[in-house]
Design a protein around this ligand. Structure first.
Ligand code: NAP
Length: 276
């Protein structure tokens, strides 16, 4: 009996500390969620940040919605898409939105026109983000203010089989932005990584928005409010909950689920285009 007492005491304290830790973590998560999504925080964008915003990939989808929301807040917008409008104005805000994914999920070596696709994915998803940042950051530093939003993806957080190159390029965007945020935050620059799950756009090939796959307008109305609050954001409360659930899953389970989902999408695409 005597030797069991210290052991019981030990387990009591381990249990109590674990419960206290979990309660604190949960309270902190709920408090953060309330602060970001619940308290009607107004976006820290608009003319206070500067007169101009540059939005890449701004003729459709998420980029178009960002451009509209920023214009509503009185900013002048430089729109960049394949029409290749030249960036003439000095920008105080830049949205690195443009991105490209696969036509359909595919095994790496079977990606159609593989050479060209690798080049395009790396150029559009990685190279353009770095070069655009190189172009506008010096001006922001001169004025000691500015925000850079880099649109990554949830597939940059969780590796997605059959979208290997896309997923890896989006992970690059996430890491690049996190580093920049730490390097330049003290100099007045806010760098944010946006990590959405599905948004109903042409790229996602989703026409009808749903609760978990919002329209780009709904997504951006929510995401824009996180600027200044979160340097990494899912942008949309339902996506934040999805992210939280996935973060609890062992990675092998996530990979298994996404491989199986993408195999299904691949088979459907190949059947539709009669490639099987
Ligand atoms: N939709 C989703 O479910 C989802 C999820 C996670 C992350 N994302 C990310 O969100 C970003 C926006 O995607 P989205 O779904 O809004 O795409 P989207 O609806 O297909 O729009 C893409 C935009 O980029 C422009 N664009 C495409 N290629 C370009 C190029 N080479 N140079 C310049 N502009 C180009 C397009 O205009 P033009 O055709 O006129 O050039 C269009 O304005 C991407 O970075 C994507 O990876 C999307």
């Amino acid at each position: 009996m005597d030797s069991a007492a210290p052991a019981a005491g030990f387990f009591y304290w381990v249990g109590a500390s674990t419960v206290a830790y979990l309660v604190l973590r949960l309270s902190y998560s709920l408090f953060s969620a309330l602060r970001v999504w619940g308290l009607g925080h107004e976006a820290e964008v608009g003319q206070a940040l500067g007169e101009w915003a540059v939005v890449t990939g701004s003729t459709d989808g998420i980029g178009k919605s960002y451009a509209e929301e920023l214009a509503k807040r009185g900013m002048k917008i430089v729109l960049i898409s394949r029409s290749q409008e030249k960036l003439k104005e000095v920008a105080n805000e830049i949205m690195n939105n443009v991105g490209m994914s696969y036509e359909y999920p595919e095994y790496f070596l079977d990606i159609p026109d593989l050479d060209n696709t690798i080049n395009k994915l790396i150029n559009i998803n990685i190279f353009s983000v770095c070069k655009m940042t190189q172009l506008v950051l010096p001006g922001m530093l001169e004025r000691s203010k500015g925000a850079i939003l880099n649109i990554s993806s949830a597939s940059g957080v969780y590796p997605v089989p059959l979208l290997s190159v896309y997923s890896a390029t989006k992970a690059f965007v996430d890491f690049f932005s996190q580093c920049l945020h730490v390097e330049y935050r003290s100099k007045g620059i806010f760098v944010q990584t946006v990590l959405p799950f599905f948004v109903a756009t042409k790229m996602a090939k989703i026409r009808k928005p749903t609760f978990d796959k919002p329209s780009s307008e709904t997504f951006v109305k929510s995401a824009i409010k996180t600027i200044g609050l979160q340097s990494r954001t899912n942008g949309y409360p339902v996506h934040a909950i999805m992210d939280w659930i996935f973060s609890l899953m062992p990675s092998w389970l996530f990979m298994k689920i996404s491989m199986s989902l993408n195999k299904g999408l691949r088979a459907r695409y190949l059947k539709k285009t009669k490639k099987t």
